[in-house]
Design a binder for this molecule. Structure first.
Ligand SMILES: [Zn+2]
Length: 344
């Protein structure tokens, strides 16, 4: 299914457009649309295993995690130069702007590129070249989060961190992603300790497909400031109490959860229960080119499927800035925009 374009939104003041929001769970590699994949393939002389854009677009309607990952890693072959990473980032920022995103904290996976012979410096220089223009060109503030692939070894994560050391001033946090089950957070305790020593924030995917114990490990072993996904925390009352007491943010990705079969249907999504429990929940797009929608597409989808009212959407928008790594004055300015939105 191709990404949806912004839909008309009767619950919002049309003149105001979508709610201003922060996107906190977004893999830049997951924003690669078929058109750009073909354009970059041509520029780099890479042959894709799809004859036409239409054929590729049909491949985006995968139905399970493995077929998604196969496509995801096959398409990464088109990303080779700084220009490629800059173009990918500009394409995302333009879409994010149209979706009301005012602040984006963007994941990238260096190991997915270094494994193909693309140096980490090429990746970071390309991404930051585009991000450096984001405020002026798109009105979006940004942060960069370097993720480790958890199905790779702890040694590989350490080597990646060392290779990225010259660029740490461009990186706000480290994260942990890819196939969760069988790869608990504790496997990466050492590299997270180094990241904290270097003054970086820490986040990790946990409790998406993995059990609540992985969320406990992310909190207590890795010392994360934020948990990515975390929907399975609801299976553990004590964990919910801890997350509520500490107001640890959870970056929930509703359309992703449906496409990857973490939950059956959007109408069954636990988002309302999570809000009800007092969790600091945010709504994000994960890999939007593949999962059927960008930030506001996710807002609109949960609003419609779960009958969320305007004030609940405002809470989600407010939470997105509260959960961000912004400095306080900028956070306060964005929160004022959220309060003013749709109130003429
Ligand atoms: Zn993710």
């Amino acid at each position: 299914m191709p990404p949806t374009s912004p839909a008309p939104d009767p619950a919002q003041n049309a003149a105001d457009g979508p709610f201003p929001k922060a996107e906190l769970h977004l893999h830049i590699e997951g924003t690669l649309e078929p058109e750009l994949a073909f354009a970059l393939a041509e520029r780099n002389g890479v042959t894709l295993p799809y004859a036409t854009e239409d054929e590729l677009r049909r491949a985006y309607s995968f139905s399970d995690l493995q077929s998604f990952l196969n496509l995801y890693y096959a398409l990464m072959a088109v990303l080779r130069t700084e220009d490629d990473f800059a173009d990918l980032t500009h394409a995302y920022l333009a879409r994010a702007q149209a979706q009301g995103v005012r602040h984006a904290e963007i994941f990238f996976d260096p190991q997915a590129h270094t494994a193909r012979g693309v140096p980490v410096g090429t990746v970071i220089e390309g991404l930051t070249r585009a991000l450096d223009t984001a405020e002026e060109r798109y009105g979006i503030t940004t942060r960069l989060i370097m993720c480790f692939l958890r199905d790779e070894s702890a040694e590989s994560a350490l080597a990646t961190f060392e290779a990225a050391r010259p660029y740490l001033d461009r990186i706000t946090a480290v994260g942990l992603d890819s196939a969760e089950v069988g790869h608990p957070p504790s496997k990466f305790a050492e590299v997270y300790a180094l990241a904290r020593e270097a003054g970086l924030k820490c986040v990790a995917h946990a409790g998406e497909e993995g059990p609540p114990s992985y969320v406990w490990e992310a909190l207590d072993v890795l010392g994360v400031d934020r948990v990515d996904h975390g929907v399975r925390c609801l299976e553990d009352e004590k964990l919910v109490a801890r997350l509520v007491a500490d107001q640890v943010p959870l970056t929930v990705c509703p359309l992703s959860n449906v496409r990857l079969r973490v939950i059956g249907e959007l109408a069954d999504h636990p988002l309302p229960a999570m809000l009800e429990a007092g969790l600091l929940v945010t709504v994000n797009s994960d890999d939007p080119a593949y999962f059927g929608g960008y930030a506001d597409d996710n807002f609109t989808a949960v609003r419609d499927a779960l009958n969320l009212d305007e004030e609940t959407l405002r809470t989600l928008a407010r939470n997105s800035f509260r959960a961000s790594f912004l400095d306080e004055p900028t956070r306060e300015a964005y929160l004022k925009e959220v309060e003013a939105h749709g109130r003429g």
